[in-house]
Design a protein around this ligand. Sequence first.
Ligand code: DC
Length: 228
Amino acid sequence: MQGQPVPVITVDGPSGAGKGTLSHLLADALGWHFLDSGALYRVTGHACVLEGVSWEDHAAVAAVARHLDVVFTTDRNGEVRVAYKGSDVSRAIRTEEGGRGASTVAVIPAVRTALLQRQREFCQPPGLVADGRDMGTVVFPDAALKIFLTASAEERARRRYLQLLDKGENVSLPRLLEDIEERDARDSSRSVSPLVPAEDAIVIDSSRLPISDVFSAVMETARRRGLV
Ligand code: DC
């Protein structure tokens, strides 16, 4: 006899739409596991830099992804820490360069295949909130609830700008907007697992909605579907 399937909520969408914040809030409220799939692509890109592998050498990048020695832990403050080969890379992978590397290696089909099983291993009782681009379409097509969270490129650039200013980083808003538009184009136009909502996803535009309102609406839907 098979037991009940482990429930999954997927949160997909472009960078800066608030997926990370929403996913953390959901995982905390439900007491479920959390998958930051973007971090796996970021570690892959960063590992290539550390190993001297060019992002353009697709076979070598895929080999890095297949043998990726990555460990996720949660520190005392509840922050997720990411270690590559035993060294903490949590900050290094969150830079703009880390985002560019992730988006560049993510177009390689063999990289996506290499990371597929690793992502599915996060699906453990009592449940999983999975944050990414293709969680509802490819990785967890049978998820109980699929959210596609979006916002205008201008609003996402503005949010990122304020975040980086807060961290004391010197950034230009037009440059950030350009980066976001470039990354959106790459993520949406790739042939494998492009960034598109699953047919059965609920699409939410957070441009004018505080994330707390988005969270309440998603929790209400989760309740209606018997997930809470
Ligand atoms: O969510 P993020 O910004 O950390 O993701 C970084 C990049 O990784 C993003 O530009 C595209 C890629 N990515 C992906 O292709 N598929 C995912 N499921 C998650 C991220």
